[in-house]
Write a protein that binds this ligand. Structure first.
Ligand code: ATP
Length: 360
């Protein structure tokens, strides 16, 4: 059982603010992912929770108890790194048993616990081997087993799949998720890979420039990004963004003469925020747009990529804006072809160009 709370937690390295004051509550049993580009402060945040890094301000609570200044070994939180840090001279069994022996657990308890976790991770056949002979995936399984063996209240994982190739990442991603569903341990997981974050997180904390940009479920951050950073960063490719202004229920796009009517029901909710605003940034996901001979927008095929189940078209439209839309994988779209398309109005999102925040 573990609830982790960060209360105005921040980190400065000299004059450099690596993490601005942040608040976050990770509920018991929740899988929360810290996601953001390199250098945004994810690892530093995780290290503060673990106690490996001292906070510069704020408080960290575990089940309501202040652990801000508690030694890492006394937090009952396990840390799993990208680099497995297994002891090469010890067998897999001894590697997994190591943390229990360090606590002087009785021999019988060590055996029971090691047996339990090797079954959970399906690595019983590796027990006698040395880590150097294992594949990357198996080394990571052993590292996870070693973290699990102490029955920690919570797990912190820092890019644990970062060193694995794409195929193995996918396998281990679902294994960690399965483990979480079975074990239900509170987990904070760091990654810069938004696909991993979407696949694994109950909630995602999107960070950029030392600051939390949005906290939400994968669906929330995908469909309702709080600002332009999240709109661009989540999704591959990110959200299409075009500039325009609205009047009388019509969106007039800048840099051209194209227009997109906004249905009355949607307009009535937005009118006050948008009417008369000099500029607005409109966003929509690639799958919100559809090729349609009756569509109100027109553009030219700039590039087409086959993505497996569908084609991703890059469309140059309205001056020099490039947007992405999904299309039928069977059809052929020669470069330069003129296409008409429409956008599902309920999937339009609006952003203030000055604050870059979503207008709701
Ligand atoms: P990455 O994915 O590259 O690890 P991150 O989001 O985890 O990125 P952090 O490792 O938390 O980022 O680092 C945040 C910022 O703090 C970076 O600019 C980094 O250079 C800086 N930083 C981290 N540790 C220290 C340190 N010990 N001393 C000085 N600056 C540091």
């Amino acid at each position: 059982m573990a609830t982790i709370q960060l209360d105005q937690v921040e980190k400065r390295f000299g004059d450099y603010q690596a993490v601005k004051p942040m608040n976050l509550t990770v509920q018991d049993g929740e899988f929360v992912v810290l996601l953001g580009p390199s250098g945004c402060g994810k690892t530093t945040t995780l290290r503060m929770i673990s106690g490996l890094e001292a906070v510069s301000g704020g408080k960290i609570l575990l089940n309501g108890a202040d652990i801000t200044w508690r030694h890492p070994s006394e937090r009952n939180i396990a840390f799993v790194f990208q680099f497995y840090a297994l002891y090469p001279h010890l067998s897999v069994y001894d590697n997994i048993a190591f943390p229990l022996r360090a606590e002087r657990a009785p021999r019988k308890v060590v055996q029971e616990r090691v047996n339990e976790v090797v079954d959970l991770l399906r690595i019983r056949h590796l027990l006698r081997m040395k880590p150097g002979r294992l594949s990357g995936g198996d080394q990571q399984r052993v590292a996870l087993a070693r973290a699990l063996v102490r029955h920690p209240a919570a797990f912190l994982m820092d890019e644990p799949l970062g060193a694995l190739d794409a195929e193995l990442r996918e396998v281990m991603r679902s294994e960690i998720k399965r483990l979480h569903i079975e074990h239900h341990a509170t987990t904070v997981y760091v990654t810069h890979d938004q696909i991993e974050a979407m696949a694994m997180g109950d909630r995602i904390v999107v960070m950029s420039a030392a600051e939390v940009q949005q906290v939400g479920t994968p669906a929330e951050v995908y469909h309702n990004p709080a600002n332009l950073f999240v709109a661009r960063f989540i999704g591959s490719p990110g959200m299409n963004l075009v500039t325009g202004h609205c009047s009388q229920g019509v969106l007039h796009l800048s840099n051209g003469d194209q227009k997109l009517p906004i249905p009355a029901a949607l307009w009535s909710g937005l009118a006050q925020a948008l009417q008369g605003a000099e500029k607005v940034i409109v966003g929509f996901r690639p799958e919100a747009a559809r090729l349609d001979p009756q569509g109100s927008l027109v553009g030219e095929v700039y590039a087409a990529e086959l993505q497996g189940g569908y084609s991703l078209l890059h469309i140059a439209f309205n001056g020099n804006t490039i947007i992405h839309i999904r299309a039928d994988r069977e059809a052929i779209y020669p470069l330069g072809t003129q296409v008409r398309f429409g956008v599902e109005p309920t999937m339009l999102r609006f952003f203030d160009p000055t604050t870059e925040k979503a207008i709701r």
